[in-house]
Each structure stands twice: as structure tokens, then as C-alpha cells.
Design a protein. Structure first.
Length: 527
């Protein structure tokens, strides 16, 4: 049995961040092929196929089944265990995406080189930046007419505010795409189109000054040569601490669909990206190599079959060695978790797993025992921090159509709220429940699931509220005084955290002036 330290050091856990259509699905598939996980590769494609109709909630419903299987992909590559966490693509589910990003140690940023940095990439990058997540960049679609590479590098710096350090440099583009120069090994890798090439099938030309290059690639080579000279002067050397703190990004060029340049990013993930590190909890900082198991729930997903109301809690292991026969507890409630039922994501079949270490993801089926942000330990009283809930921007009042189904509606909303599908607020002075969302589609999904899974038809209508802010104070009794004075617009979320609801941005300023000792938060961390 290998030591925990050895196992931790060979873990790499990452997610791909990109704007829709940049090539995330294609790249994911190719990455999986390198690890021989062909079976899952198929399901990634299937999922993407159904994603095309994203505005249709029925489609989203269908996808939930596929996405449980493909939302965490574990593979072995070289000597490492690589966990790739999928992030939902649709902008309406971005909150879920943000939470998934709290469970990774690095991110692979895919940019469509014809388009450059796009809106969704920027938003996701900001989440990574807030946690200093190291980012590796893949400039995709070099087989097309793309933007000048120097301009792309410039965009990474000016829009994303990252220092960009090229590891490879493209020679030509589109029809004239000749391949990439590897600036570190001083070799040129020649491009060959074709979907199903494997890693060993690559022509290499030694030496970037080799006259052969000029002969074969002519003007493209001259152009690339002068760009490389420029970039050598202008961009800094790779600096590991800068990369690891999320300030510098190594850049690779390639074409995912042609499986070109993909292996280099996978190698970079192994060679440059960090293994799991320490994780802060309220009580102390937890080291990944500690002997006792700890983990945190970062995502909850309902099961496909509406008849079975169980759901899967995705737990990122933070420390120790997970074993089947373990006795584990949810620290929030002290209740026991059945470790024996945990599943891993090594294949589409959700194989049962035997061991897991920091960085790995467990799926624990349960019926409401686990909530987002829950910490699981062998008994230690611990609460990990850092799982964000964002203040919703859209609000609907919800009532049940048939009053006899009120209890089902309550249960449904409680569970969907715990799952993170929607935020549910109970007004301090009573009245209809309030739903808060980041995107309008969430309301449709919730209405649909309430009707089908809980047999409670809901009636929803837009509320007058436009903003919510969670409230805290360092001054004892101040929150209670605030709630007494503002009861009509105070509400409690699923974990009973109080929030104030506002109709206009201006009200926020007024509140701030009136209540200097009350802190108003757009983000709530941990349960
Ligand atoms: P996403 O998950 O980020 O949304 O992107 P996805 O991989 O689905 O890729 C979006 C489109 O870009 C796909 O074309 C895909 O084939 C294409 N693509 C990905 N990588 C490359 C590349 O290196 N070069 C070129 N030229 N195209 C690339 P599609 O027409 O939307 O889908 P499909 O019919 O090809 O599946």
C-alpha cells in the first residue's frame, strides 16, 4: 500500500474553462483518449449533442442523467491520477460552475484563437483569480484563419490581466498551419490534420533554426521567426511561483479537433500544475497528507429517475485515505454517512471505488443527508470554508396551485434549495416563499421538477425584489436589531442565514448609511 503522501503527489484535479464553442468538449474527448478512457469520451459527445437545445428545459432534464456520469472524469496518465471536473456550459447555471471551480487545483483555459478572449472566459477566470487558481492556456483552432498570435497574447494580458508565457508558438495558420515550435525543447512539431491520430504519430524537426523549416514553411516560418524573436524579448520566462499563484499562464497553441497540441497541455498539467494543497476550515488548516479522512460537498445533483428521490453529493477529498468500511459523519448534523455506498467516476458505469485521496471526487448517493458546503470527517468537528453562494438577481414568489400539496411543495423547495438548483427564501414575517436565481431558466427547471418529482404544481410570479444581501455584524445583537426594524424585507435562506431584500440599488446605499455596523454580503460562504 503506497503512502498517502505519494498518492497525493500524483493527483491532478482540474476543470476546463471556456466560452461556449471554443472547443471544451472536443478537447475533453481527446484528453480522455490519451488516458484510454474511450468509453467516457463517447458520453461527452452525447452530452454535448443534447446540449445544443439549451433553452429547452426538457433537454436539461434529459441531460441530468448523462451529466452525472460525465461530470467527473478520472483517468490515469503517465504516473498520475487526473481528475477532470466538468463545468455546466449554460450561463444560467454559472453558480454551479463557480462551485465546481472551488474543487479544482488548476484550470485549463481554452480560447478560440479566431475569437480571442470572450465574455464567459473572463467571468470564469475571475472566479479562478479569486482563489489564485493556476491557469494553463490552450489556443485552439489554429487550423482556421485566426487572429494574429501576438494579438492573442496581448489580450490575455490586457483583458484577463495575466502574464502570458508561450511554451509553443504557431507557424502559419488556417490552410497554411504548419505546426508549432516548442520553445523549450527547440523543436518543431509538424501539423497533420486528422481526428484520430494518436500521440506517437508526430513528425519532429530538430532545431528552430533548421534550414528545413524555411524550405517547407516559407513565409509562415519567416513570420513566426520574427514573432518568436519579439516574444522572447517581450514576455517573461516561465516562473513557477507566478504560475502557481495564478498570475502567469503558460500558453500552448494547437487544434483540438485534429488532436494536435493536446498532449502537450496534458503533459503541462502533470508537470506544472500543483497536486492538492492545504484547505482552510474554520477551526484550522487541513493538510492533504493528514492520515484522517476529510472532505467537502461542492455539488449536489439529483438523480435521473424522478421516482427515486435520491441524489448524489459530490465530495472532494481534502485529506486522508478514503476506504469503504470507514465510519464517517456530516459535521453539521453529526449524522453518519455510509461510506460503503460511495461511487467513483473512473468509468461511465460509476464503478464502486476502493480508495480515494486528496483531490479525488467521491459520489455519495443520499436522500437529503448531505447539503452543499457540508464537511465530512471521521469525527473531528470541522467546517471547510470557501464554497460560495451568490446573491441572486432574479426573484419569483412561489405558491402551490393545490393547497393540499403545500407540504410537497415545501419539501421539494427545501431539497432543490439544498441542491443549489435555486435559492429559497422564507420571509421573516411570513407570506409566499421567494425563489432567487441567477438566470431565468432556473425557475423553469424548478417548476418542472416540482411538478414531476414532487407532484406539486407551482404558481410563480415575478417579485418586486431585485437584490438580496446576506447580513452579518461584528456588534453583538445588531443583526437582531436590524431584523426587528426591517422585518418586512428580511428573509431566511435554506440554512437560515438572514438576508435583506431590496427593490433598488439605491436602497443599498440608504441601508449602508443607516446601519453602519451591519455588513451586507453578495456572497455567502459555507453552510
Ligand atoms: P464547446 O464544448 O466549448 O462548446 O465546443 P466544442 O468542443 O463542441 O467545439 C465547438 C465547435 O468547434 C465544434 O464544431 C468543433 O468541432 C469545433 N472545433 C473544436 N476544435 C476545433 C479545432 O481545433 N479546429 C476547428 N476547425 N474546429 C474545432 P461544430 O460544427 O459546432 O460541431 P461538430 O458538428 O463538429 O461536432
Amino acid at each position: 500500500m503506497s503512502s498517502i503522501a505519494t498518492e497525493v503527489s500524483r493527483r491532478r484535479t482540474f476543470a476546463i474553462i471556456s466560452h461556449p464553442d471554443a472547443g471544451k468538449t472536443t478537447l475533453t474527448e481527446k484528453l480522455l483518449l490519451y488516458a484510454g478512457a474511450i468509453q467516457i469520451a463517447g458520453s461527452v459527445k452525447a452530452r454535448k449533442a443534447s446540449r445544443h437545445a439549451t433553452s429547452d428545459w426538457m433537454e436539461i432534464e434529459k441531460q441530468r442523467g448523462i451529466s452525472v456520469a460525465s461530470s467527473v472524469m478520472q483517468m490515469e496518465y503517465r504516473d498520475c491520477v487526473v481528475n477532470l471536473l466538468d463545468t455546466p456550459g449554460h450561463a444560467d447555471f454559472s453558480e454551479d460552475t463557480y462551485r465546481v471551480l472551488t474543487a479544482v487545483d488548476a484550470a485549463l483555459m481554452v480560447i478560440d484563437a479566431a475569437k480571442g478572449v470572450e465574455a464567459q472566459t473572463l467571468r470564469l477566470l475571475e472566479v479562478c483569480r479569486a482563489r489564485n487558481t493556476p491557469i494553463i492556456t490552450f489556443m485552439n483552432k489554429m487550423d482556421r484563419e485566426v487572429r494574429p498570435p501576438l494579438e492573442l497574447m496581448d489580450e490575455i494580458e490586457s483583458i484577463l490581466k495575466l502574464t502570458a508565457t508561450p511554451f509553443t508558438w504557431p507557424i502559419g495558420m488556417g490552410k497554411l498551419f504548419g505546426g508549432v515550435a516548442d520553445l523549450r525543447s527547440n523543436q518543431m512539431r509538424v501539423f497533420k490534420a486528422g481526428e484520430d491520430r494518436r500521440q506517437d504519430d508526430v513528425e519532429i524537426i530538430e532545431g528552430l533554426d533548421n534550414p528545413l523549416l524555411k524550405e517547407r514553411f516559407e513565409d509562415s516560418y519567416d513570420q513566426a521567426r520574427s514573432e518568436m524573436d519579439l516574444i522572447r524579448d517581450a514576455s517573461p520566462e516561465y516562473d513557477a511561483p507566478e504560475f502557481l499563484s495564478g498570475r502567469q499562464t503558460p500558453v500552448f497553441f494547437g487544434s483540438a479537433v485534429n488532436n494536435f497540441g493536446v498532449r502537450e497541455v496534458l503533459d503541462a498539467l502533470i508537470d506544472l500544475a500543483p497536486p492538492p494543497g492545504p484547505k482552510p476550515a474554520i477551526q484550522r488548516v487541513v493538510e492533504p497528507t493528514e492520515p484522517k479522512f476529510t472532505g467537502v460537498v461542492f455539488k449536489i445533483q439529483a438523480n435521473m429517475d424522478p421516482a427515486h428521490r435520491d441524489r448524489i453529493a459530490f465530495v472532494r477529498v481534502a485529506s486522508g485515505r478514503f476506504e469503504r468500511e470507514m465510519k464517517l459523519v456530516v459535521t453539521r448534523t453529526g449524522k453518519a454517512v455510509r461510506a460503503s455506498s460511495a461511487v467513483s467516476f473512473l468509468s461511465q458505469r460509476r464503478d464502486l471505488l476502493d480508495e480515494a485521496f486528496a483531490g479525488d471526487i467521491l459520489g455519495i448517493p443520499n436522500r437529503g443527508l448531505l447539503q452543499l458546503g457540508d464537511t465530512i470527517t471521521e469525527g473531528e468537528d470541522l467546517q471547510f470554508t470557501g464554497l460560495p453562494f451568490f446573491a441572486p438577481e432574479l426573484f419569483h414568489e412561489v405558491e402551490v396551485k393545490d393547497p393540499l400539496r403545500f407540504k410537497q411543495l415545501r419539501t421539494g423547495l427545501q431539497q432543490l434549495g439544498e441542491e443549489g438548483a435555486i435559492q429559497v427564501f422564507r420571509m421573516a414575517l411570513g407570506g409566499p416563499l421567494l425563489l432567487g436565481a441567477a438566470g431565468a431558466l432556473q425557475f423553469e427547471v424548478v417548476a418542472h421538477r416540482l411538478a414531476h418529482e414532487y407532484k406539486a404544481e407551482a404558481r410563480m410570479q415575478p417579485s418586486k425584489y431585485r437584490m438580496a444581501r446576506w447580513i452579518t455584524s461584528d456588534l453583538p445583537g445588531e443583526v437582531d436589531r436590524f431584523i426587528d426594524a426591517n422585518g418586512h424585507r428580511v428573509a431566511y435562506d435554506v440554512v437560515e442565514a438572514p438576508a435583506v431584500l431590496l427593490e433598488r440599488p439605491y436602497d443599498l446605499k440608504v441601508l449602508g448609511d443607516l446601519w453602519p455596523n451591519i455588513k451586507l454580503h453578495t456572497l455567502r460562504e459555507h453552510a
